[in-house]
Ligand binder design. Structure first.
Ligand SMILES: C[S@@+](CC[C@H](N)C(=O)[O-])C[C@H]1O[C@@H](n2cnc3c(N)ncnc32)[C@H](O)[C@@H]1O
Length: 377
């Protein structure tokens, strides 16, 4: 489904990207250059919660980090306007066991404008603490790059996509003669935003003990460059790249092999993709791989870990059979630097060379087998 058309409301950020209002009332995006949605039409926030946070199985897999006060290191690949990091923080802040764990998020994203807009987006979170946390971490960059977001936020047709409180403040402080050339005044303005953002109701959730040990660091550019050069180690990786067949750059076998090197023994990759090619690439990298389900028990994606105990729903016989068909053919990108076109060309050549069973005939024969076995019962 094309969100751009089905969305009740949309407005252009630039020639390449539209804001759209998703079904849960939160702001999503549509990319014209990739012809792909950033966020599911059923809801940007709901999608982050169902496809990225729920599959973490956090209380089981990461409870020890909380109890021992270890830093939880998160890599948010393709962070965009920040839903996965925000939904994660929202979840953590509400955890009854949470009393001040350390959280460090590295956010990888091409588009700086999207990252700087993240704290202002109408994200549907009742608690403003999360936007506040992001805002606080990004405020110097927001000041230095205000031109990147100023027009977008002040454009009236974009207002439904932002937090109402923020728009009012921008209008009040910025339009009424606020002088952005003065850092002191700008800082005062930002402080006012914090103050209004953190309404009395929300102050209680901003206990200093909960937010002292938090960092959110954006890294602009190709995510492949970052994962090749970083010496960091991660516990949680959110992988939210565009659809593999549209943009395979962040789904190759070599990409997952590199991720393997920068993840701790007790860590988890979470992605919305349930592509057989992606699952095969994860397996080739040495991960245990499992599938995930939303609260209505519909498939919602894939998880990968070095620790088999982190995989609560391993791939079943059907899924493993599918990996052996042409749907399971992996993308390759030997030095992690090919462009999408080259990766797809090589992928198509590999497909022709391997001549594997088509996934549709596999699915059909599997269905027939299942029906037969039911009849014999
Ligand atoms: C599906 S959207 C992710 C949405 C995001 N998680 C959010 O909450 O808004 C994909 C994002 O990946 C970014 N992107 C695509 N290829 C990239 C790459 N090679 N390195 C870094 N970012 C990339 C795009 O700019 C886009 O923002």
């Amino acid at each position: 489904m094309n969100t751009q058309i089905s969305a009740k409301l949309h407005s252009a950020i630039d020639n390449e990207t539209d804001f759209v209002l998703t079904d849960d009332g939160t702001t999503g995006l549509y990319s014209h250059s990739v012809s792909d949605i950033y966020h599911s039409s059923y809801g940007a926030l709901s999608e982050a919660r169902e496809k990225f946070i729920r599959p973490l199985n956090f209380t089981q897999n990461f409870n020890n980090n909380i109890l021992t006060n270890k830093t939880i290191r998160v890599l948010d690949i393709c962070s965009g306007i920040g839903y996965n990091s925000k939904a994660f923080l929202d979840y953590i802040l509400k955890l009854p066991t949470f009393s001040g764990a350390k959280i460090k998020i590295d956010a990888l994203e091409y588009n700086k404008q999207l990252v700087l807009l993240a704290p202002f987006i109408n994200d549907g979170l009742k608690d403003a603490a999360v936007a506040f946390l992001l805002f606080n971490e990004l405020k110097d960059e927001i000041f230095d790059n205000f031109d990147l977001i100023e027009d977008v936020i002040l454009n009236k047709s974009n207002h439904p996509f932002f937090s109402r409180r923020i728009i009012t403040l921008f209008e009040k402080y910025f339009l009424n003669g606020y002088n952005k050339s003065s850092p002191t005044r700008f800082n005062a303005f930002l402080h006012n935003i914090y103050y209004h953002y953190v309404s009395k109701r929300n102050k209680t959730s901003l206990k200093p003990s909960k937010i002292l040990n938090f960092s959110f660091a954006p890294h602009y550019g190709d995510a492949r460059e970052f994962i090749k050069s970083t010496s960091a180690c991660y516990d949680i990786v959110f992988l939210d790249a565009f659809t593999p067949l549209k943009l395979p750059t962040l789904w190759s076998e070599e990409f997952f092999k590199q991720l393997y090197k920068i993840m701790s023994d007790d860590s988890l990759i979470v992605t919305y993709s349930n592509s057989a090619a992606v699952r095969n690439a994860m397996l080739a990298a040495g991960f245990f791989v499992g599938k995930t389900f939303d609260k209505k028990n519909r498939p919602s994606g894939t998880v990968a870990s070095k620790n088999s105990n982190f995989i609560s729903q391993p791939l079943d016989v059907f899924d493993l059979g599918l990996l052996k068909t042409n749907a399971g053919i992996t993308f390759n990108d030997p030095e992690l630097e090919w462009d999408a076109k080259t990766i797809l060309e090589r992928y198509n050549l590999k497909k022709t060379r391997l001549k594997l069973q088509s996934s549709s005939s596999y699915i059909k024969s599997h269905k027939n087998k299942k029906e037969k076995s039911c009849m014999t019962l």
